[in-house]
Design a protein. Structure first.
Length: 160
């Protein structure tokens, strides 16, 4: 089968558009602080420590893990995160096995829920982009799902 040059070019352009769209270019979330994007946004103390996104208050974490939440988080991690993140060792993105020692639950949730905003406006997000040279795409994770992922990561960190 012989393909014409215009057909091949059309297919390539379509693939580039689909790839660019899938890599998180359509995040329409607003900054919780009401600030507009700028070259050097002024971040609040909370945003510096806990990230930029919909989680704007501290989350109460129980001492005991919620097994249902852990299982839900494990399933979401395996479906949406595992292709780019290992628990131990670098992959496309950073390892997550000890992330709960390095970052707050709020930070992890905000990065999951607002990856393009974090890369665009948060110094840690910008540093990760420079290191891994790949921006985390938005995976259409809801806030309660992000909380479940945090519970899974907390338990993993505790057990390993």
């Amino acid at each position: 089968m012989i393909y014409s040059r215009p057909l091949i070019i059309t297919i390539l352009i379509s693939l580039i558009i689909v790839f660019a769209h899938a890599c998180g270019g359509n995040d329409t979330s607003e900054r919780p602080s009401g600030q507009t994007g700028s070259a050097e946004p002024a971040l609040s103390d909370f945003e510096l420590e806990h990230g930029i996104g919909p989680v704007t208050e501290r989350i109460e974490l129980a001492d005991e893990f919620d097994p249902d939440l852990v299982e839900k988080g494990r399933n979401i991690y395996e479906m949406k995160c595992e292709m780019c993140h290992n628990m131990e060792g670098r992959m496309v993105g950073p390892e997550l096995g000890d992330i709960m020692e390095r970052r707050s639950a709020e930070f992890v949730m905000n990065f999951i829920l607002n990856p393009s905003g974090m890369v665009r406006e948060h110094p840690v997000g910008q540093e990760l982009l420079r290191e891994y040279m790949t921006a985390m795409p938005f995976q259409n994770v809801q806030e309660e799902e992000a909380r479940a992922i945090v519970e899974f990561l907390r338990e993993y960190n505790e057990l390993n």
